[in-house]
Ligand binder design. Structure first.
Ligand code: PMP
Length: 421
């Protein structure tokens, strides 16, 4: 906007203020529940080169075949430009939906009908659609404690109560789930779904044990609660045995959400939902109402990539890279962390969850961390209502190994001082 000088300046400002005050009353009730993500705030700091940022969970795109992707994009415009730049199906292209079935088969989800898939603008958009379709203001959804901040923000925007359920090193605890459902039902809650990240949870890195998956699915079926299975990291396993997704065994009760963000590139903003037939129509219509259709060009580029590149090899490259970074972070934590600090040992994904003695609020340590030259995400971001937390999230995905070691080394005295009181 051009700056205003001279006699008009004052009156323009007054008009602007008056208008702002009048427009304030036009906001929806919902708008007051839409928050700025705490992760985004800290993310800004990650751009300062003097700091080591262990905050953002960005994928390391330098390992992508960029020349090849560029050539594919050019060819797409040259040979199929009229289709690629046009509106397309609200459900997503048939070709990509068929290829997504192959991608999911790698994790044991077989026999999916591509007609049960809706392609979305990242899996974030699928979470939004699920809330729109299933939740009225005041409804309840269950989630892991801790859980993904982006999902919490979506729940809040829809005025949905997110109820965290206890977890341990094997993930969500079935008895805690059963108990919480009982308590909530007694209090009159309308519970719609369980939102779960069974593989390499963001932020905790924890994976839901195989034997618990069946028990949790059975509880949800018994209680008429849907499961939203969010699995963006499932293919990034570095150690241990793969575990079957819930969708593989409970197709009628699970809405499964996948994404190309971590196995290819998040900037393409392509994810998907697999929706049981009896729920499909409304889910699809709600998705279509928001975007008309997912980005045609990006879908076609991904199809070309899946068709013309060793995408399994690329995932293996990512796996090896992140496995090295995860190991470097664990080694550095083993070496530097003071007494009283514990942390998870993830078998995949991007994150390690660090626990300090109770009573320490890690949000209050953020500025000391920054002074020491390291950034992390305080645990409060991963609980509904930003409840104070003695935990914090470290991400190893975006930072080279030597910087990870330096970052952990810088963090150690900050935590030691907090523990010493
Ligand atoms: N779910 C989880 C658990 C995530 O960590 C993320 C991204 N950080 C998303 C969903 C959103 O991913 P997308 O880029 O597919 O929208």
């Amino acid at each position: 906007m051009s700056s205003i000088t001279g006699p008009l300046a004052g009156s323009e400002t007054e008009i602007a203020l008056e208008r702002a005050a009048a427009h304030e009353s036009l906001f929806s009730e919902r708008a007051s529940h839409i928050k700025q993500s705490a992760v985004r705030d800290v993310f800004e700091l990650s751009l300062d080169p003097s700091l080591v940022s262990l905050a953002g969970g960005n994928p390391y795109l330098q390992s992508l075949p960029l020349q090849k992707l560029g050539a594919m994009a050019s060819e797409l415009i040259a040979t199929q430009g009229m289709t690629a730049l046009q509106y397309g199906s609200g459900q997503g292209t048939e070709e990509l939906r068929a290829q997504i079935c192959e991608v999911m088969a790698e994790e044991g989800i077989t026999g999916v009908d591509p007609d049960n898939i809706v392609i979305t603008t990242g899996s974030q958009a699928a979470q939004d659609v699920a809330c729109k379709v299933f939740c009225n203001p005041g409804d309840t959804v269950l989630c892991e404690d801790p859980t993904y901040v982006g999902a919490l923000n979506t729940f809040e925007a829809y005025q949905v109560h997110a109820e965290p359920v206890g977890t341990d090193e094997h993930g969500l605890i079935p008895s805690a789930l059963r108990q919480r459902i009982g308590q909530l039902r007694e209090a009159g809650a309308r519970i719609k779904f369980l939102y779960t990240i069974p593989n390499f949870n963001n932020p905790s890195g924890i994976t839901l044990a195989a034997e618990r998956r069946a028990e949790i699915a059975e509880i949800c079926i018994e209680e008429n609660i849907l499961i939203l299975e969010d699995n963006p990291y499932g293919m990034l396993r570095y150690s241990g045995e793969p575990i079957r997704p819930l969708r593989a065994d409970y197709p009628e009760n699970v809405i499964y959400m996948g994404s190309f963000s971590k196995i290819l590139a998040p900037g393409l903003r392509i994810g998907w939902a697999v929706v049981p037939t009896h729920l499909f129509r409304r889910f699809y219509l709600a998705a279509e109402a928001v975007t008309l259709c997912p980005a045609t060009f990006n879908q076609m580029l991904i199809s070309k990539y899946l068709d013309g590149h060793d995408w399994r090899g690329q995932i293996q490259t990512y796996r090896e890279l992140y496995a090295g970074r995860c190991a470097a972070m664990l080694e550095a934590l083993d070496e530097h962390m003071p007494e009283g600090v514990s942390y998870t040992r993830p078998e995949g994904g991007f994150f390690i969850w660090v626990t300090l003695p109770e009573g320490i609020d890690t949000y209050a340590l953020l500025s000391q961390g920054i002074e020491a030259g390291v950034v992390f995400i305080p645990g409060a971001a991963f609980s509904p209502n930003d409840a104070p937390s003695h935990r914090l999230r470290l991400a190893f995905s975006a930072v080279p190994e030597e910087k990870i070691r330096e970052g952990v080394k810088r963090l150690a005295p900050v935590l030691a001082a907090a523990i010493a009181g």
